[in-house]
Design a protein around this ligand. Structure first.
Ligand SMILES: [Zn+2]
Length: 63
């Protein structure tokens, strides 16, 4: 997943949010069963200005 910073136009780097307990996930519905319809969140950071961008790995879950 390559993407350039919208401000600096240089390549953003993959980053990992550390929530302390494991990876950050996006859930389809608050009432969904645990581990049902979860998408990993891909995170990119601009090494120049620090701009951070999130993208759901499985956007189709949210249709
Ligand atoms: Zn930037």
């Amino acid at each position: 997943m390559k993407r350039n910073c919208k401000d600096c136009e240089i390549e953003m780097k993959e980053a990992f949010i550390n929530p302390g307990l494991g990876m950050f996930v996006l859930q389809h519905d608050f009432k969904s069963k645990l581990f049902d319809k979860l998408s990993k969140i891909n995170t990119l950071v601009c090494p120049n200005c620090g701009y951070i961008e999130f993208k759901a790995e499985k956007p189709e879950l949210f249709k």
